[in-house]
Write a protein that binds this ligand. Sequence first.
Ligand SMILES: NC(=O)c1ccc[n+]([C@@H]2O[C@H](COP(=O)([O-])OP(=O)(O)OC[C@H]3O[C@@H](n4cnc5c(N)ncnc54)[C@H](OP(=O)(O)O)[C@@H]3O)[C@@H](O)[C@H]2O)c1
Length: 332
Amino acid sequence: MTSFPAWVIRKEDGKNAAILEQVADSMLDDLDTTVRVLFSGINYKDALALHGRPGVVRRTPLIAGIDLVGEVVASTHSRWAAGDIVTLNGAGLGEDLNGGLAGLAHVKGDDLIAVPDTFTPTQAAAIGTAGFTAALSLLALERNGLEPECGPVLVTGAGGGVGSIAIALLSRAGYEVVAATGRADALGGRLIALGAAEVIDRASLESPGRPLGTQRWSGVIDSVGGTILANALASLNAGGVAATCGLAAGADLPTTVLPFILRGITLAGIDSVHTAPALRHDAWELLANDLDPQLVDAVTRIVDLADAQDAAAELLEGRGTGRTVVAIAPEH
Ligand SMILES: NC(=O)c1ccc[n+]([C@@H]2O[C@H](COP(=O)([O-])OP(=O)(O)OC[C@H]3O[C@@H](n4cnc5c(N)ncnc54)[C@H](OP(=O)(O)O)[C@@H]3O)[C@@H](O)[C@H]2O)c1
């Protein structure tokens, strides 16, 4: 029997609590591929889970962590062999399957992606679900007809994980990016370095607006929801498209049908958890081709497994920036 450290979510006095403990491999799910985890990360969902908030972990006890990067130890899946360096985002990890904030994981080979040669394992972990979601969002915009010639693209939650990588991807693909952030003074320079052409204060989008505003953007990647997304939709150009992937500001969407029926706009939903293997592959191919590894490094910090919960608190307080990688086996 092997034992390893893991952040385990347990039910205590009717509430979830996260505990860093040594667990046995008998706790893991019965799945086809065993991975020695090198890195995980802190996404918004991980932050919720590590602080006992509801809505992410669907059974207890469960190991937290919706991402992992690691080395295959053994696999009965036809595509994987010992020594392969792989990554997995979502697919139930840390929600209804034991997750990546642990030394060892059992996962489904179908959902794994080989870490592209262009990225180190640390960079792949920094990309994580946030970067994967940014890539899925860009693919969705382009599936709905967006091209760089159409005009500026708004990225909300720009200082966060999804927003930061969305800016870098859009800019590299030739789009003029407008970054909306609540921390323009602190993060403006960083967002410009990522590729934003303009940084705007999110306060300008936070007050309830008219159902139809001045047409300002051809596309939107939104990770915040609420009034900000409603205002972004009201300012989409005719025929424009928005990708909605998050709810950092709220789960409500106080909008009307007017921009849809008078301007023919499209709202595309992004679900990174239940993404089919072929689309997972497309998103990681986009990241491998179009995401500059140095830009990833510039927005990454690395913390030890023991510090994951403290790092998560910053995300919950809206103070997180870029991406936080959790080193499970620091020697790698
Ligand atoms: N659909 C999916 O599959 C999927 C996948 C990944 C993430 N998500 C969701 O996407 C969201 C962002 O994830 P993330 O990992 O990028 O989180 P994150 O790193 O915490 O970034 C969220 C950003 O949103 C902005 N923000 C925070 N609180 C806000 C508020 N009250 N009002 C307006 N803006 C606020 C902040 O950016 P500024 O300070 O720059 O304004 C913050 O950095 C989360 O809701 C997450 O659950 C969904």
